[in-house]
Design a binder for this molecule. Sequence first.
Ligand code: VGL
Ligand code: ZN
Length: 220
Amino acid sequence: MEKKRALIIVDVQVDFLPGGALAVPKANEIVPLINHLISLPFDHIVATRDFHPPKHYSFASRWAKKAGERITIEGVEQILWPEHCVQGTKGSEFAPGLDVEHFDEVVYKGVNYQIDSYSTFFDNFKLRTTGLEDFLRLQGVEELYFAGIATDYCVFYSVIDAVELGFTPFVIVDACRGIDLQPGDIQEALKKMQAKGAELVTSEQVEKSLTSHSTSKEHV
Ligand code: VGL
Ligand code: ZN
């Protein structure tokens, strides 16, 4: 039997699009591409949402500091960001035009005001899980295909955790966009994910591999 596959769509939200509070260059370009990926025969489609309370610790305004500055909380370095993806705001919503009706599961992260969460599996202190691992284990999913924002933050930490948890992760590089706080961050993140054991693929390769054999969905 074939391995079950899930598409994991990371943080494709209004505040990360050009014009948003934490705008990621060209992030709007991946929306049609991700919609196309959603139409492929994945066993599960999961989307994550960065979803912060108004005075979140990761917000520069919370510390009267500037975005891009760093602080240390309980020995863990925190980059300070502009206020973004605040619960209940337009900026926290999924990108307009994203095919949300096909999601099987939505995972919320960064919901505790004192702890940031780049990974879609755990918060940055690894104190709590988001529930994503339980969902994937329950469904018997082994292969994870990552797309979304940001290549060098939430996609990166999610993929590293996915390897450590024993999943088989693929990064769909053309369906991701990154921040590049320092130029080169995106390339370095891609290299590190590959070195950790993730496979870097294109959406075209994913389409070919998913449409060339029958899917487990047809057998259930
Ligand atoms: C993200 C910075 C702060 C991300 C979320 O989705 O990559 N980056 N919050
Ligand atoms: Zn955030």
